[in-house]
Design a protein around this ligand. Structure first.
Ligand code: GLN
Length: 483
């Protein structure tokens, strides 16, 4: 699969101009997007403008910064000034932001080449990307299967060779799950490492922006390029760069395994994870058994908090200021009610209702307050875990990519998040790395969770695995641009 280094080499050795390369990605996207539905909007103009700036710089002999000239996909809940940002919702179908998100501002400043805006579940709510108003994204490894959610379009574009890397957001697993389903590396950074300014909010205490890439080193490069303290996001703190710290050496590293994360797995996933554990032992890591009894409370805690925050965050879509507005109404109340009923899809409406319920007087103590207390206990449990190990190893998702259009109840869908959302609840960094294939050839991911701001440890642990397996689990889908 194409990496950032591959493109860099072509550019610096003058084997292709940035404009030529960009045009190839744009052409491939135009051709393959009808199959994958990875992009909601293609941004050819922005891409070619950046490419021309890069070519000029190359001609002058100047050095390129790490992401300069590299074609990428940006999830469509990240604001791009002058370029429509839909959040995959009818509510924002024609919304054009008047300011840039911090991540896009910094990437634009580095001449990153944005091929387009990535498809996603509406307002990032979902696990298959099928909740998109624009239709779901397909998995490039088997288009009968979903790409995963909610950053499905980003993963589909990268695995489908329509972008070299992508930027997604992760509230309960939305970077790691599609990365796992599509055989890619997905990093959810520590809460606060990357600014959320301009990210259309879902659950503000859980949301975090991060990379989806074809290899671990690229994840580190993108992380370094986007993490910074931003006065526009009071929760942002920035982080130390990690690229220079990766050695791929795990000798003496303590890897924790908590049995609760391995219960009820299909054979293929269990086996892939067992192999990974044996490989780490062979590489000199020490594997420690731990308990994580709080895991059974993780999903209810997550869904109460995420829905509560979503119901508050989505209160702003009333049709009065921006976004979709109904043209058939009797009075102001009716206008707002119809606008919201018509503008939001069923999953978003369900979560607003659930969130409003758990926050209402009379139920607040029973649900919201209790979830906050549980959150605290989960944070404490993780603190205990990291006194016994450096990194916790788990599967990323208890299933591989589901069939497109599979009939699942909302609760069945929520259950696929069981292994990812504890890292969001505790604000910890977590990465998914490809570690195998199921009997159908669909990718399997392993997850590494670390202590706060220990992206260096989890990425280094991931790199050791990737190197030892020669990246064999990052399989090319055979679609899109091949260099
Ligand atoms: N699947 C989870 C949800 O629907 C996570 C989504 C996300 O991380 N944005 O809430």
């Amino acid at each position: 699969m194409t990496t950032i280094a591959d493109i860099k080499r072509l550019l610096t050795e003058k084997k292709a101009s940035c404009r030529e390369l960009t045009q190839r990605y744009l052409d491939a996207a135009a051709q393959t997007n009808p199959v994958l539905n990875a992009y909601i909007t293609l941004t050819a103009e922005a891409a070619l403008d950046a490419a021309d700036a890069v070519d000029k710089k190359l001609q002058s002999g100047a050095q390129l910064s790490p992401l300069e000239g590299i074609p990428f996909v940006l999830k469509d809940n990240i604001s791009t000034k002058g370029i429509r940002t839909t959040c995959a919702s009818r509510m924002l179908e024609n919304y054009v932001p008047i300011f840039d998100a911090d991540v896009w501002e910094s990437l634009k400043g580095q001449n990153a080449v944005m091929i387009g805006k990535g498809n996603m579940d509406e307002f990032a709510m979902g696990s298959t990307c099928e909740n998109s108003y624009f239709g779901g994204s397909r998995n490039p490894h088997n288009t009968e299967h979903v790409a995963g959610g909610s950053s499905g379009g980003v993963a589909s574009a990268v695995a489908g060779g329509l972008a070299v890397y992508g930027i997604g957001s992760d509230t309960g697993g939305s970077i790691r799950m599609p990365a796992s389903f599509c055989g890619l590396v997905g990093l959810k950074p520590t809460y606060g490492a990357v600014s959320r300014r301009g990210l259309i909010a879902y659950g503000s205490s859980l949301d975090q922006i991060g990379p989806i890439t074809t290899c671990v080193e690229d994840a580190a490069l993108v992380f370094d390029a986007i993490c910074r303290k931003d006065p526009g996001d009071m929760t942002s703190r920035g982080a130390e760069p990690v690229s220079g710290k990766l050695t791929g050496n795990v000798k003496g590293l303590k890897i924790g395994i908590a049995k609760e994360f391995f219960e009820g797995l299909p054979d293929s996933i269990g086996k892939a994870l067992d192999n990974a554990v044996s490989l780490y032992k062979k590489l000199g890591a020490e594997v420690v058994s731990l308990d994580f009894p709080m895991l059974k409370y993780v999903l209810p805690t997550y869904y109460i908090l995420a829905c509560a925050e979503a119901s508050s965050n989505l209160g702003r879509y009333d049709g009065l200021r921006y976004g979709y507005r109904t043209d058939d109404f009797n009075d102001l109340n009716d206008f707002i009610c119809r606008t919201r009923s018509e503008g939001f899809g069923p999953e978003v409406r369900r979560r607003i209702l659930l969130g409003t319920y758990v926050l209402s007087a009379g139920y607040y103590d029973a649900y919201y307050n209790k979830a906050q207390l549980l959150r605290r206990s989960i944070v404490v449990e993780f603190a205990k875990v990291f006194t016994g190990c450096d990194v916790l190893l788990t599967p990323t998702v208890p299933v591989t990519a589901l069939r497109f259009g599979a009939d699942m109840t909302p609760v069945e869908m929520y259950q696929t998040d069981i292994l990812t959302c504890s890292a969001n609840i505790a604000g910890l960094p977590a990465v998914s790395v490809p570690c195998g294939f199921d009997e159908k050839g669909l990718p399997i991911g392993l997850q590494l969770i670390g202590g706060k701001f220990r992206e260096d440890i989890i990425l280094n642990t991931a790199l050791a695995f990737e190197r030892e397996t020669s990246g064999a689990f990052c399989k090319d889908s055979g679609m899109g641009v091949t260099l």
